[in-house]
Design a protein around this ligand. Structure first.
Ligand SMILES: Nc1nc2c(ncn2[C@@H]2O[C@H](COP(=O)(O)OP(=O)(O)OP(=O)(O)O)[C@@H](O)[C@H]2O)c(=O)[nH]1
Ligand SMILES: [Mg+2]
Length: 433
């Protein structure tokens, strides 16, 4: 597809870098660009003269599509379509992002989310079409008007059906997170602006897939996390076990953040970030090779996205240090100190300082508790001993006087469960003693 990028800003210079990256990520070829600094024109977004210039540029470059960085209202889309050569598609940044998501959606969940976002986008437009048709006195349009009203109802119905399906998927995922915690896993999530290097870092942190008895717990574990230099390479979530010493850690990679997403789009993909919001720890990955101002803006977007719902502690990870000099890194670290306190600087790709990051992860995760359990000898005692071996770090086991004494360290949740299991072992007659 031959695409022209267009952007209007109220004042100053319109920066089209990110829009261009998005257009390329969507698999289009950029054949032209047009920008304008002025207030928004209600019917055309651009001013009248600029819109005519756009029409000429489309004709000259033989473009099939214009992508606006600005959000276009239904009437603006319609009016621009009337101005441009016939057959030219007019879309905005958000429909473009939706198109990318649609191309990448592989899981049922991602497909439902894309469908939901499309319907939410369409809903106000169906209403606009109805009113356009009603305004027109042409009797032939009356039927169309009625048809569109029922279309609105149909969209609303579909939206609520898809929401129900997504809710039940989210519930399944929430249950899985709980099961994993109960089996002794710490859950770490990778978050950050799109293209920051999350998937690459996941590959560096990941251990070989080897789940043993826990296999049925992890239907979503995936050997690959695709990494590529384009926006939104990752859409669904990928989980891998990390190599972390005594701890059992699962790291989840997820969709990247981007600025200025309209609420209907964010809403539709909300549960994609549940892995981040309900993690035990979030690694906020930053591309430190970007210019400082850009890092700042991207960090603000990330914090805004995390702010409302995130419950976990955050470690900021300055990634791609191989691409900057030591002096530059220090300068940026200082400039960003307020937004990114005490960051860890690494290169996921070149495996620089990844061990330091592992140490920080270990430090930031919930402290392990030391526990001593005295178990009576019953038929089930050995299965509890072996459960503790599987879920904790055992320091000592002593067998004496028909008792087993277990010394170990584990996550608080595991200690709690081991106590419950030990409690069930007490023979009935010992309870009153
Ligand atoms: N120089 C350098 N490049 C890196 C590093 N880590 C990742 N990259 C590159 O950055 C680009 C994006 O990496 P990804 O791992 O796909 O980034 P992501 O955050 O998962 O991106 P999305 O899934 O699109 O949100 C790729 O071209 C990587 O090769 C690094 O430490 N140094
Ligand atoms: Mg990725």
């Amino acid at each position: 597809m031959r695409t022209i990028v267009a952007k209007r800003v109220d004042e100053g210079i319109a920066d089209t870098d990110e829009l261009r990256d998005l257009v390329r990520a969507a698999g289009r070829q950029i054949v032209g660009e047009l920008t304008q600094a002025r207030e928004e024109d209600r019917s055309l977004q651009f001013g009248e003269g600029k819109a005519e210039e756009l029409a000429a540029l489309v004709a000259e470059t033989d473009a099939d599509e214009v992508v606006f960085d600005n959000q276009l209202g239904p009437y603006q889309t319609y009016n621009l379509g009337q101005k441009l050569p016939e057959g030219t598609t007019v879309i905005d940044r958000f429909t473009l992002i939706l198109d990318i998501f649609g191309q990448r959606a592989q899981t049922r969940k991602a497909q439902l989310q894309v469908e939901l976002a499309e319907l939410r986008y369409e809903l106000p437009r169906a209403a606009a079409k109805t009113s356009l048709a009603k305004r027109d006195e042409h009797p032939g349009f009356m039927g169309l008007g009625e048809y569109d009203e029922s279309r609105e109802e149909a969209i609303k119905r579909q939206i609520s059906e898809i929401k129900n399906k997504l809710d039940s998927i989210a519930q399944t995922e929430a249950n899985r997170r709980e099961q994993r915690r109960e089996s002794g896993f710490d859950l770490v999530a990778l978050a950050g602006y799109t293209n920051a290097g999350k998937s690459t870092l996941l590959q560096s942190l990941a251990a070989d897939i080897e789940l043993g008895e826990n296999e049925e717990l992890h239907p979503d574990l995936d050997p690959t996390a695709e990494a590529e230099d384009r926006l939104f390479t990752t859409l669904g979530t990928t989980t891998r076990r990390a190599e972390m010493g005594r701890r059992n850690v699962l790291v989840t990679d997820t969709v990247g953040f981007i600025s200025d997403l309209p609420h209907w789009l964010v809403e539709s993909f909300k549960s994609t970030l549940d892995a981040v919001y309900y993690a035990d720890l979030v690694l906020l990955v930053v591309d430190v090779s970007d210019p400082t101002e850009e890092i700042r803006e991207k960090l603000v977007t990330c914090h805004d996205t995390l702010y409302e719902r995130n419950q976990a502690p955050i470690i900021t990870v300055l990634n791609k240090i191989d691409a900057v000099s030591d002096a530059e890194l220090e300068e940026k670290r200082a400039a960003l100190a307020a937004l990114a306190p005490d960051p860890v600087a690494i290169s996921g790709q070149e495996q620089l300082n990844v061990d330091e990051l592992r140490a920080r992860i270990d430090e930031a995760l919930p402290d392990w508790e030391r526990e001593r359990l005295v178990l009576p000898m019953t038929d089930d005692t050995m299965s509890v001993v072996s459960w503790v071996h599987d879920h904790a770090s055992v320091d000592d086991v002593t067998y004496a006087n028909d008792q087993v004494v277990l010394d170990f360290e584990a996550r608080p949740a595991i200690v709690e469960r081991s106590r419950a299991k030990a409690g069930e072992l007490v023979p009935a007659r010992a309870e009153s003693a």
